[in-house]
Design a protein around this ligand. Structure first.
Ligand SMILES: Nc1ncnc2c1ncn2[C@@H]1O[C@H](COP(=O)(O)OP(=O)(O)OP(=O)(O)O)[C@@H](O)[C@H]1O
Ligand SMILES: [Mg+2]
Length: 281
């Protein structure tokens, strides 16, 4: 499988301390890659290196198989960015913002209605940015990042602070973009979001990668091989997933004392906490 991003042993520091500490990972073409970690882990810094807003101190970084230092501005036509400080012009309407950014991008303004429909803002297109909600603004910013149909899209916490309905709309949009062939690099604090959307995720803490794989792979790797049962007298009992445990289960079933049975796979948040001991906030 072709790689869109290849980071190898990358380090970067702002002052004296490492923001990224020997970071290595690759993102394949057309996957949704989740980059997960607590505040200050280095997620935005990583996006800034890949979008050439910052320079690394060491290691190699390749986008579309080309060393980042050797790329020129033409690479901006292939990538889109929704950053943590992306904004739009408050005094303009939604549509005017899109037309303005289309002009900057050298994209025909005829694509604007189509993009507005994609993000569910076509009906509201004449509303001034000043008067729209946070979730709508986020969708305007997202629409701006899609104007030139980028092959690779960087989304820095696209659903942070949004209500569940708007988040779901953005999730559906991300999945549609993937279906159309886009590669997506997504940072989030939200492990459920990552589990639902991502083909693979990387856990990052203090600038280092601590785990990488598909959400299922990671959960199974850290599973404790246990089953929790609820017995007829409402006792919760944890048994092991081996022959002895299964005999216990069978005995309870024969005695008609078995109410519920659950395999105890951890979720991504459990695994992250186990690996780091820190909270994901
Ligand atoms: N401009 C800067 N100058 C100095 N240090 C910085 C700067 N930007 C970030 N840092 C530091 O680098 C580290 C990584 O920050 P970064 O913004 O990449 O984290 P993050 O994972 O995106 O966090 P969040 O989830 O809060 O957005 C942090 O320790 C942060 O304090
Ligand atoms: Mg950030």
């Amino acid at each position: 499988m072709e790689n869109c991003i290849e980071m190898n042993d990358v380090t970067m520091s702002y002052d004296s301390s490492f923001a990224l500490n020997h970071l290595t990972f690759a993102v394949q073409k057309n996957e949704i890659f989740g980059f997960l970690g607590p505040s200050g882990a280095g997620k935005t810094t990583t996006i800034k290196l890949m979008t050439r807003q910052l320079k690394k101190d060491g290691g190699t970084l390749r986008l579309f198989s080309k060393e980042i230092e050797e790329t020129d501005c033409s690479i901006n036509e292939r990538i889109g960015v929704l950053s943590d400080n992306s904004g739009c012009y408050e005094r303009m309407t939604i549509e005017e913002n899109l037309c303005f950014f289309a002009k900057i991008r050298g994209v025909k303004k005829e694509v604007v209605p189509e993009i507005l429909k994609k993000v569910g803002l076509y009906e509201d297109r004449r509303k001034s940015i000043k008067k729209i909600s946070r979730g709508m603004k986020q969708r305007v910013v997202l629409a701006c990042s899609l104007l030139h149909s980028p092959e690779l899209l960087f989304l820095d916490e696209p659903t942070s602070g949004l209500d569940p309905a708007t988040s779901r709309m953005i999730h559906d949009l991300i999945l549609n973009l993937k279906a159309q062939g886009t590669t997506i690099f997504l940072t989030t604090h939200n492990m459920e979001e990552a589990d639902k959307l991502c083909d693979r995720v990387a856990f990052i803490n203090h600038g280092s990668l601590i785990e990488c794989g598909s959400p299922l792979e990671i959960k199974l790797k850290h599973a404790r091989n246990q089953i929790e049962i609820l017995t007829a007298d409402y006792q919760r009992v944890v048994i092991s997933k081996d022959a002895a445990g299964m005999r216990q289960l069978l005995t309870l079933a024969e005695q008609k004392k078995l109410l519920t049975v659950h395999s105890l796979e951890p979720n991504l948040e459990d695994v992250f906490l186990e690996l780091t001991g820190s909270e994901l906030r």
